[in-house]
Design a protein around this ligand. Structure first.
Ligand code: NAP
Length: 293
């Protein structure tokens, strides 16, 4: 259904690549980014650039949002020049940011008063997945809205799973981030053990990659951990934001998540040491420091 005009707000690591895939799939696209200068490639590919989120919404039937954190989505939707200023009744918002499930439910209710629908559609698969349009997308919202969004989501990802009502995509993404805490820490610990034991870590990765220890993190982030260099990727600061969302959910459920809590402590320490803008695989720094220690 490429006749839906799509707006896209937030052209960061993820958003710029996801918007490019929408354009590549033939969608009519109007883009906006807070900091100017990030839309040039998209405009060259045939997208229009809007001056505000409201202007992007006014030119669109469906608006995708992909910004950093919960208050940032609120600003883009409800700020002075926000999406709600321009969105006509019947507009559908697809929020691909990773934010709080409860705030998501609140935003959807506020939008509904103006006849604007919203689904939450956080993504997983890293910057590589955004570029290759192979993201896994976890969706919450009304079934009709999800079906309306499906052609757009399918242009950005290979797996689109409707999890249930609004907010359940974000809850599923929190589960994803909890699992990743263990995956990053496990791969880092294994590699540090390998190096301390005098094994060639790259041969270890090759040897394990067809076995039970294989994972996305082992395949895609072990090289960074071995080199002790952590280019983006996915910012550690953003992962910590997601970890806090998951820990907040667990607290509401009176549930302990000890591995996630440990990862949060390491990430807070790494943030304090100035590593927040590195890829989240820099969690390995916390384990690697034991090599010298
Ligand atoms: P990023 O590269 O840091 O980009 C963040 C984007 O959000 C930029 O376009 C930024 O605009 C915009 N933004 C932030 N605060 C804003 C505000 N208050 N008002 C308007 N725009 C604002 O982040 P990213 O990696 O693309 O991540 C975007 C979302 O996807 C996050 O929720 C993240 O958790 C999620 N995610 C990321 C990955 C990944 O591997 N990177 C994977 C899955 C999910 P400026 O250019 O003006 O700063």
């Amino acid at each position: 259904m490429t006749d839906q005009r799509v707006g896209f707000c937030g052209l960061g690591t993820m958003g710029a690549a996801m918007a490019a895939n929408l354009r590549r799939s033939g969608f009519s696209l109007t883009v906006w980014n807070r900091t100017p200068g990030r839309a040039a490639d998209l405009v060259a590919a045939g997208a229009s650039e809007a001056a505000t989120p409201g202007a992007a919404a006014a030119a669109s039937d469906v608006v995708v949002v992909c910004v950093s954190d919960t208050p940032d989505v609120e600003a883009v939707l409800f700020g002075p020049d926000g999406v709600t200023v321009g969105a006509a009744a019947g507009t559908l918002i697809i929020d691909c940011s990773t934010i709080s499930p409860s705030a998501t439910r609140d935003y959807a209710a506020r939008l509904a008063t103006g006849g604007v629908a919203m689904i939450d559609a956080p993504v997983s698969g890293g910057s590589e997945g955004a570029v290759k349009a192979t993201l896994s997308i976890m969706v919450g919202g009304d079934a009709d809205d999800v079906e309306r969004a499906r052609p757009i989501l399918s242009a950005m990802g290979t797996s689109v799973t409707h999890m249930g009502p609004i907010g359940s995509g974000q809850a599923t993404k929190a589960v994803n981030q909890v699992i990743l805490c263990g995956a990053y820490l496990g791969v880092a610990e294994g590699l540090v053990l390998a190096m301390r034991a005098g094994l060639d870590p790259e041969r270890v990765v090759a040897a394990l990659s067809g076995g039970a220890a294989q994972s996305w993190v082992l395949a895609n982030r072990s090289g960074r951990m071995i080199a002790d260099e952590y280019p983006l990727g996915f910012k550690l600061a953003l992962h910590l934001k997601d970890v806090h969302i998951a820990l907040g959910m667990a607290e509401d459920l009176d549930l302990a998540l000890p591995v996630t809590a440990l990862a949060a402590r390491f990430e807070e320490q790494l943030m304090a040491e100035g590593h927040g803008d590195e890829d989240v695989s820099s969690l390995a720094r916390a384990i690697r420091s034991g090599i010298e220690g």
